[in-house]
Design a protein around this ligand. Structure first.
Ligand SMILES: Cc1cc2nc3c(=O)[nH]c(=O)nc-3n(C[C@H](O)[C@H](O)[C@H](O)COP(=O)(O)O)c2cc1C
Length: 220
């Protein structure tokens, strides 16, 4: 009886250690802050192992859309466009987007439930000139979607590796709408996930104080 108890405790400890080791990326401390948003930012990462069987619900899709919609933009022009295809409800559209991906990306992105083409409208209605901030605003909206996805327990992985002219033609994008990125969204298959160390440049490389190139050694 005693031996069985020791075996059980040893198994639980081993399981705990295995979870800690394999899911180390989830604990990567980007900040010492404990607020909810900091935790979500720490947890977000672009993994490669999507669960092919777990669907993203209608309500989750609405929640992702609303998060992107709330993003600020220059002149409030909201130049972003998200063309969402769901593998479960619209496999034909999903496969069209999938066909535009670079081969290396197709291999893992095919398991994601959603493929989202993110495109920017480069004509400013407010100034009747090219919108110089369209790409900036669209990237911000894409990021709002990624953090909302993380908060919902989903994983995102964006890709620049796709054929721009092919997707423009296949989806019928107007000429002043430029595809920027394709985002794969779905649940992570935790059994297949691999440790991915978060690689970031040192703070002093691109965070300056007051003047270009002036670093602050207290920013750690
Ligand atoms: C616009 C954009 C394009 C990207 N393109 C690809 C891609 O084609 N293939 C890929 O495997 N990862 C791609 N990534 C993922 C990045 O490599 C990843 O975000 C970066 O290494 C940081 O890792 P993290 O997202 O896990 O923090 C892209 C990310 C962004 C934002």
């Amino acid at each position: 009886m005693k031996i069985q108890l020791y075996t059980l405790i040893a198994m639980l400890v081993a399981l705990g250690l295995a979870i800690l080791i394999t899911k180390k990326h989830l604990f990567y401390p980007l900040s010492s802050s404990t607020n909810v948003l900091a935790k979500i930012l720490e947890q977000r990462y672009s993994g490669y192992s999507f669960d092919p069987l777990k669907h993203v619900t209608h309500n989750q899709i609405i929640s992702l859309i609303k998060a992107a919609q709330l993003t600020p933009s220059s002149y409030n022009e909201q130049p972003w466009n998200f063309i969402i295809s769901d593998k479960t409800t619209n496999p034909e559209a999903y496969n069209i987007t999938l066909s535009s991906l670079a081969e290396g990306n197709k291999k893992w992105a095919k398991d994601a439930q959603l493929l989202v083409v993110i495109a920017t409208s480069i004509h400013s209605v407010a100034t009747n000139e090219p919108n110089q901030w369209a790409q900036y605003d669209t990237g911000a909206a894409a990021f709002s979607m990624t953090i909302q996805a993380t908060a919902l327990g989903l994983m995102t992985h964006q890709m620049a590796g796709f054929d721009r002219s092919k997707i423009t033609e296949l989806l019928g994008l107007p000429k002043d709408v430029i595809p920027m990125s394709i985002m794969a969204i779905g649940y992570e298959d935790l059994a297949r996930s691999k440790i991915q160390p978060r690689r970031r440049k040192p703070i002093g490389d691109n965070f300056f104080q007051g003047m270009w190139g002036i670093t602050n050694s207290n920013w750690k």
